[in-house]
Design a binder for this molecule. Structure first.
Ligand SMILES: Nc1ncnc2c1ncn2[C@@H]1O[C@H](COP(=O)(O)OP(=O)(O)OP(=O)(O)O)[C@@H](O)[C@H]1O
Length: 247
């Protein structure tokens, strides 16, 4: 799925958070959105998914305006997989049900019953097993998600985002909270999903694993290209660069 943002402006309580952001991402392209805390990375993802309506500029995801009609937004969201910084798994439900819920709009009546009884509809079984294996969560599937650790929840959230093979993945700090091996597995899986990928990070080593890095500072794009080296980062961010960006 392609993305086109032009002159996007967002403000909260009179304070500018995105200030004339223009960005073009081709279908299948993978982009790291780099920036220190508060630079506007999450807000940019929220604009793409229609959770924040810009005060100015235009946004098109797959040619659709995410702030347009409800029907357009619903259709668009079904092609997007989100992994949020703070996952929004539903407590009280098992990891299995949380993952399957990503496809709830596709369930048939019999499948609703199967899922509510703790089962897995046959047409999702193979995909669920593959994701569980890949993210090492097979043993966690029957557990209620409130009993899982932060990193375990993160892996469940990744599996959920990938279940329906989305065409666009918005990953917000998706590896924070994961150990280095699992973080590498998660990134690798996202990158090999074939989807367009927009992944926020303030970790330069994560950004460096992408071919294209878009850096934000105070709501503006200040760099767009091959991964910047430490010297460039210092030039872009000066003292506002957190240590992990200078490493
Ligand atoms: N709903 C909101 N209401 C008011 N201010 C907001 C809202 N959402 C974000 N902000 C502010 O906008 C700024 C940018 O936030 P955003 O979450 O986009 O930054 P970020 O680059 O993702 O940071 P982090 O790496 O810490 O997640 C912050 O100063 C934040 O406090």
């Amino acid at each position: 799925m392609g993305l086109e943002l032009s002159g996007v402006r967002v403000g909260f309580a009179g304070r500018s958070v995105l200030d004339g952001v223009s960005l073009s991402v081709a279908p299948g392209e993978q982009v790291a959105l780099l920036g220190p805390s508060g630079a506007g990375k999450t807000t940019l993802l929220r604009v793409v998914v229609g959770a924040v309506t810009p005060a100015g500029g235009t946004v098109r995801a797959d040619g659709t305006d995410p702030s347009g009609s409800r029907a357009d937004l619903t259709r668009l969201r079904r092609s997007i997989g989100c992994v949020r910084q703070r996952d929004d798994l539903v407590n009280g439900l098992t990891a299995r049900t949380n993952i399957l819920a990503a496809a709830a709009h596709e369930w048939r009546i019999g499948e609703w019953v199967a899922v509510l009884m703790g089962g897995v509809p046959r047409r999702f079984a193979e995909r669920l097993a593959e994701l569980a294996r890949r993210h090492d969560i097979e043993a966690l599937l029957p557990a209620r998600v409130e009993r899982l650790s932060g990193g375990e929840r993160q892996r469940v959230a990744l599996a959920r985002a990938l279940l329906t093979r989305p065409r666009l993945i918005l990953a917000d700090e998706c590896t924070s909270g994961l150990d280095p091996v699992r973080a590498a597995v998660a990134l690798d899986h996202l990158k090999h999903s074939g989807a367009t990928l927009l992944a926020t990070t303030h970790d330069l080593s994560v950004a460096r694993s992408f071919d294209r890095v878009v850096a934000l500072r105070d709501g503006k794009i200040v760099f767009d290209g091959k991964p910047p080296d430490a010297e460039e980062i210092e030039r872009i961010y000066g003292r506002s660069a957190p240590e992990e960006m200078l490493a």
